[in-house]
Structure formats: C-alpha cells, structure tokens
Design a binder for this molecule. Structure first.
Ligand code: ZN
Length: 369
C-alpha cells in the first residue's frame, strides 16, 4: 500500500465534483474520518502527498482558496491528533505536493526544531523550494503560531514572481486563523534573492536492501555496497538545496542520510538562509524525515556527504552530534557514522568515538575551495 499513489485512493465522488461545494457538503468527502488512519502511513507522509487533480496546482498565494485552507487545516489537525503531537505542519508547495513535519524536542534549546522547519527540510530535500501555503496546528493556543525564526526560514521559500507573499494558516482545536507572511514579518531579512538551485525530483525516504543487527552496528559491519547505494542518493540530492556550493559562496555542499537497521533510508540536504540562525543542517533534516517516517527509535547510522572538505576532515557539527545522540537505539547502544568526501567513503566510525569532534576543528583547516 505504501507505494500506491494516494490520489488513486481518494473518493471518486470528490474527483467528479470540481465545483467545490460548501464545506458542510464536502467535509466528509475530501479527508473523511478515518482517512488519515487508513491512507497516511508515515513513510508516504515523508514522500509527500499530491493534491487532488481537481484542485489544480495553486502556484501562487493568490490562488489559495478557502476550500484549500479549510481542508488542509482539517487534515493537519487530524494528523496532529493521529500522531499525538502538540504541533504539526503541512506545507503546500508550488508543485502541488504536501509535506509534513513534527516538532523536534531536545533538552538543549538550540537543538529544538519547529514543525515548520521539519516539514521544510523534507520538502526541500524532495526538490520543492516554494511554498504558497503553510498550515500549522498548535495545541497550545496561548503561543504565537509562528515565531520570528520560523518566519525567516519561510522567507527563503516565497513563490517566484508572487511579490514575496505566502499564506500562513494557524489551526488549533478551536480556531483557524489565516495570515499573510508579510503582515507578520513585514521586512524579512532573508529571501531577498532566490537561491539559484536546480532541484531534482527526489524523495526524503527510500527503502534500501540491507539489514543490520546490533552487533553489526557496534562492529561497524556494513556492506560497502550498502554505503555506495546511500552515497549515490546523496550525490544526487545535493543539487536540491541552496547548499549546492554555488548559491551561497563560502558555504559548503552537504547532504546526509539517516538509516535504520532494516534499510529504511531518510535523506536531508542543508537548508541555508540569509539569517544564519535559520540554517538547518542536512543531518538535522534527515532526522526530521525519520521522525515523520515513524523510525526515530530504530536508527542504526548516519552517512554524511561533504565534498568540499579535504579528504579525512568531513564530520558532523556539534549541534547535529547532539541531536543524533537523542536517536541512539538503546537496543543497539551506538550508531554508525560514515563520512563521504568527494568520491569515496573517508571513514566509518561509531558515534561514541566521534561525539567530541565537530567542524569546529575542521573549519580551521583549509577547504578544498
Ligand atoms: Zn550540523
């Protein structure tokens, strides 16, 4: 079921009725009760869901209708309830795809992540950069729905030619409020120049053909073919981000894969922003995909691809190591970290070996360019 297009499963009654009746008439048709449970398995959420054809693809915020905001608000609320999370985000991209995110909690506040950031990482890794609509559910209605950092993150994702506009819908259990991004943050620091990326259609989740036991992980016993397969994917997706080495001079290309013992692979690319605090590392984004994919407790390793560093100096930053530490499976007890330079695997280590190293040391060395 996971690989079947969701669209085919949608009720034909809806698809035959493009005139969009009032909500009372169709609310049980589009995302009817039970839809989420029946059709939205976590891995299909990571891969993204398409909007129904009958809605057309809304490429600009002006094309976002009440029907779309109302239905995606209801879907987002249902998903938050289904996954029992206090915050949940649905992003609609200009390619008509829906991507989803949950918050990343962490004991250290610097490693916390908003559900918007999680969804953004998955969308961008999948080759979707421009968002006409972002829907966020917050259980706690006393909190402002979108903080300044989140708004700066989203400022990097305006639809080209739409005058830096974006619709933001905040939903709770009792309310729905629609905002314009530029009303909440009239003068964003970021997003003035669109990243000159060449995104490829990709997916932040793939099923690969390997299995690892706890002993395999702790003895670093993984087939080179499995690492090569991950490496091929990482090389392919690095062009999906503004960290392509061209758009933001001086910032390095970087992509990451978080994989489980059963061969579920989650990918992430670097998210760069004019406001650097809104940057998100590739590892962090790959972890976000694993979280949405329901595999946060089965992680066996991570592989990072960083072709701009000298061979042997590729590593994870301290913040990512901190976040990765949260995901060590107690039944395994450690995590593999594979480092891939421009052409090959530089090193394969255990998390416990490297947790005290970071780019702080590597930054002191000369970069390849
Ligand atoms: Zn990092």
């Amino acid at each position: 079921m996971a690989d079947e297009p969701i669209l085919n499963k949608w009720p034909s009654a809806f698809c035959q009725n493009p005139s969009m009746p009032e909500r009372a008439a169709y609310e049980s048709i589009w995302f009817p009760p039970g839809f989420v449970k029946a059709h939205c398995d976590p891995k299909s959420l990571v891969r993204g869901l398409p909007l129904p054809e009958t809605l057309q693809v809304p490429i600009c915020p002006e094309h976002i209708t009440h029907t779309i905001t109302s239905e995606l608000g209801a879907l987002t609320r249902d998903l938050a309830h289904h996954y029992k999370v206090a915050s949940f985000t649905t992003i609609l991209t200009d390619q008509g795809q829906l991507f989803f995110g949950m918050p990343r909690n962490h004991a250290h506040p610097n490693c916390y992540g908003h559900s918007v950031e999680c969804a953004t990482g998955i969308a961008v890794t999948s080759g979707n950069h421009s968002f006409p609509l972002v829907v966020t559910y917050e259980k706690d209605t006393s909190r402002p729905p979108f903080d300044g950092l989140v708004l700066e993150r989203l400022a990097e994702h305006f639809v080209p030619g739409c005058d830096r506009r974006m619709k933001l819908l905040h939903v709770s259990d009792v309310s729905e409020t629609l905002y314009d991004h530029n009303a909440l943050l009239p003068f964003p620091h970021g997003g003035a120049s669109r990243p000159n990326v060449s995104p490829r259609h990709s997916s932040a989740h793939k099923k690969l053909d390997f299995n690892l036991s706890a002993d395999d992980v702790c003895l670093l016993n993984i087939e080179r073919n499995a690492l090569r397969a991950i490496g091929r994917e990482l090389r392919a997706i690095v062009h999906n981000s503004s960290a392509d080495g061209e758009t933001r001079p001086g910032r390095k290309r970087h992509a990451a894969c978080v994989f489980t013992a059963d061969g579920d692979a989650y990918f992430g690319v670097n998210l760069r922003a004019d406001v650097r605090a809104a940057d998100r590392c590739a590892e962090w984004n790959a972890l976000s995909a694993a979280l949405v994919g329901g595999d946060k407790e089965r992680i066996a390793g991570v592989m990072v691809y960083s072709p701009d560093y000298e061979e042997g100096s590729v590593c994870c930053c301290g913040k990512c190591l901190n976040s990765l530490g949260d995901f060590i499976d107690p039944n395994i007890g450690d995590m593999m970290i594979a480092y891939m330079g421009r052409t090959s695997i530089d090193a394969l280590k255990l998390y416990t070996e490297v947790k005290n190293t970071s780019y702080g040391e590597a930054e002191g060395r000369s970069l390849r360019r």
